[in-house]
Design a protein around this ligand. Structure first.
Ligand code: EPU
Length: 330
């Protein structure tokens, strides 16, 4: 059975029935088999295979970066199998603003719109003009505009269960000429008139300081999403926990850092069967010495239960957990 261990950054020992890469839509469609579950993999940085997957894993290796210099900005059409950080580094090297806040995020270009990756004040959906998709079920090829992608916080139309057989083949980015630097995030606001490269370098330094490098310590980034709760609920909690941080989403809603909830609930730096809450960023679960996916499930479930008991807030995983037959929910 083909091995998946080093195809997902959490690096739990795991296998699948079959594994095939595709470098074009044509080869993708010719490899697809309807008689077994299918899981589409990019860089494997947001999927954790918690046991052997009883199906076919398709790895997107569609490459290519086409650049068009337009009057109003730069347009890029990028293959879903390109590496995300290398794309960001390439645009920064050209001196183009637009993607630099998203430096060093592991994973592939094709996965970026699915999760609507975001960091340091920017979400990728803001820079996407359209996404080319192929449906594995029907073989149809179509494009979705930015609006049709329904981008939200770590969310998009691609995450809906009925669209699980869509493959992102290419992503169209637009970097307008008049883009200024995005320095709203606390760790970037000390920079004055930064170039794209300044922001890129600062983001890399912050990420290296806070987040574990998947090449040396298995992890899948933030394990949970930052929960959004009613403002009223936040005000109640704030009376009991005066240091509880929150960000305004709109008048009636507040986003609370899951890292703070996990930290305050006492899990920071704690481990269970080799799975740990990372000491510098408790929202990231790391594979210190995990021998089974059950350890991940047990530890994540314990965190969810305790946080719900203490704060009345239910954490939702941000990562995708893949079991024997496909996606698993906690
Ligand atoms: N905090 C603690 N204890 C800690 C660490 C953090 O209480 O030990 C609290 C602090 O209040 C801090 C807050 O958590 O201000 C937020 O922490 P941080 O700025 O590190 O960001 P985050 O909200 O935990 C999100 C994204 C990250 C992204 C960063 C930077 C999610 C789920 N995660 O993390 O994305 O890099 O912001 O923009 O939205 C990922 O998705 O995999 C990911 C790493």
């Amino acid at each position: 059975m083909p091995e998946l261990t080093h195809r997902h950054t959490f690096a739990l020992p795991s296998h699948c029935q079959q594994l095939q890469s595709f470098s074009s839509v044509e080869s993708l469609l010719s490899q697809y088999r309807t008689d077994m579950p299918v899981y589409i993999l990019g860089g494997g940085s947001n999927s954790i295979f918690i046991e052997d997957f009883d199906g076919l894993v398709l790895v997107n290796e569609i490459k290519g970066i086409d650049v068009t210099l337009c009057e109003d900005g730069i347009r890029l059409v990028v293959g879903g199998g390109e590496n995300w950080h290398e794309l960001v580094a390439y645009t920064v090297k050209q001196g183009w603003h637009g993607l630099e806040n998203l430096a060093l995020i592991p994973g592939s270009v094709g996965a970026a719109p699915i999760q609507n990756i975001g960091a340091y004040g920017l979400e990728v959906g803001e820079r996407i003009e359209k996404v080319d998709v192929t449906s594995l079920e029907t073989g149809e090829r179509f494009s979705l505009s930015q609006q049709a992608c329904a981008f939200g916080y770590r969310d998009s139309i691609f995450k809906r269960p009925e669209n699980s057989k869509w493959i992102v083949t290419h992503v169209h980015f637009f970097l307008p000429n008049d883009l200024g630097p995005v320095t709203s995030y606390a760790e970037l606001d000390a920079l004055t008139n930064p170039t794209a490269e300044d922001i890129f370098n600062t983001v890399i330094a912050v990420r290296r300081r806070k987040l574990p490098d998947p090449a040396t310590l298995g992890n899948a980034g933030s394990f949970f999403k930052n929960p959004v709760i009613p403002a009223q609920h936040y005000e109640q909690l704030k009376q009991q926990y005066p240091s509880m941080p929150a960000f305004e989403v709109n008048d009636g809603q507040r986003k609370v850092p899951a890292a703070w909830l996990i930290d305050t609930a006492g899990f920071k730096g704690q481990c269970h069967d080799g799975v740990c809450s990372y000491q510098h960023q408790p929202l990231v679960l790391v594979n210190q010495a995990a021998t089974s996916g059950q350890a991940v499930i047990d530890f994540a479930s314990a965190i969810i239960k305790k946080v719900e008991e203490v704060f009345g807030i239910r954490l939702e995983p941000e990562v995708r957990l893949v079991g024997k037959a496909g996606l698993v929910t906690l």
